[in-house]
Design a protein around this ligand. Structure first.
Ligand SMILES: Cc1cc2nc3c(=O)[nH]c(=O)nc-3n(C[C@H](O)[C@H](O)[C@H](O)COP(=O)(O)O)c2cc1C
Length: 267
């Protein structure tokens, strides 16, 4: 009986995932930028087709021109083709992507000429993360607009915030820099996966004051997350992925605290 209930829940979750689509009025659905944003998916399987240099250059340019606090542009992009990635890390780009960019929050560079802030490491770190993440999203959408797919990675293949210390040592990054994520770029192998379960507009918006979450709706979302992940990652499981994060997060926490709070004072 329990097993039957489990199977029914799984089927219900899969149907919900497959049925869900962006809620956009038909009159707006043809807008080019909106189409790119809504089409975007995290892609984890790439063909061997190379990204031309001018296309990749345009993606980086979109990152360079992103908005930032006081226009400080507190980011550095560590740029790789497959050869340089292999040489640097001794393994292929995750998912056999064609190019990769490690997006680094960088409050070191501007401090060389602009050192106006009092020592407020947490706020400055947060500003750095915000700005670099916005630049990452600019690159992500520019890529999508140019037919190039991508995924942002915080864990897979020691490539993001959970391995910030390892990346910092490997790339010889100075104080005030924190590697946040690796973006992997390439042409998608096969069709895009369905949209993973997104919370409803009602669940993520508030008017005036915070509303208590609808626990039943949240529970249904979590079930869809687990079922969707397991269906789209053969050989892996949602729980397995969570346990990788659980096993690394304490060490990452200590490493990040050290990077953010015990930084040397800049001249
Ligand atoms: C900062 C960040 C880190 C991520 N890290 C990983 C990762 O380590 N491995 C992975 O497979 N996907 C990773 N993702 C992709 C998310 O799993 C994905 O965005 C999410 O499931 C929603 O799917 P969608 O991007 O197709 O909408 C990351 C996304 C972001 C924004």
């Amino acid at each position: 009986m329990n097993e039957r209930v489990g199977v029914a829940k799984t089927i219900r979750s899969l149907v919900r995932i497959l049925r869900s689509k962006p809620q956009i009025p038909a009159s707006l659905a043809d807008q080019a930028m909106l189409k790119v944003i809504l089409r975007r998916r995290s892609i984890r399987s790439f063909s061997s087709q190379p990204i031309p240099d001018d296309v990749f250059g345009a993606i980086l340019e979109a990152g360079r021109l992103a908005p930032s606090t006081i226009n400080l542009q507190s980011w550095t992009f560590a740029v790789f083709d497959s050869g340089l990635w292999q040489q640097t890390f001794g393994r292929p780009i995750p998912f056999h992507g064609n190019r990769a960019v490690i997006v680094i929050s960088d409050t070191y560079r501007y401090r060389q000429v602009f050192n106006e802030f009092p020592d407020c490491p947490l706020t400055e770190y947060t500003i750095g993360v915000m700005n670099a993440s916005l630049a990452a999203m600019n690159m992500n959408l520019a890529a999508e607009a140019l037919g190039v797919s991508s995924v942002m990675l915080s864990e897979t293949g020691r490539s993001g915030i959970l391995d910030a210390k390892y990346l910092k040592e490997t790339l010889h990054l100075p104080e005030g820099t924190v590697p946040l994520m690796t973006m992997v770029f390439g042409y998608a192998r096969g069709a895009y996966p369905p949209m993973p379960p997104k919370l409803s507009m009602q669940q993520i918006t508030m008017a005036g004051r915070y509303q208590p979450p609808d626990r039943a709706a949240l529970q249904s979302w979590l079930e869809q997350m687990i079922v969707g992940y397991n269906a789209s990652h053969p050989g892996a499981s949602f729980q397995g992925q969570v346990s990788i994060y659980r096993s690394k997060i304490n060490q990452a926490e200590n490493d990040l605290k050290e990077m953010i709070f015990r930084r040397e004072k800049q001249p």
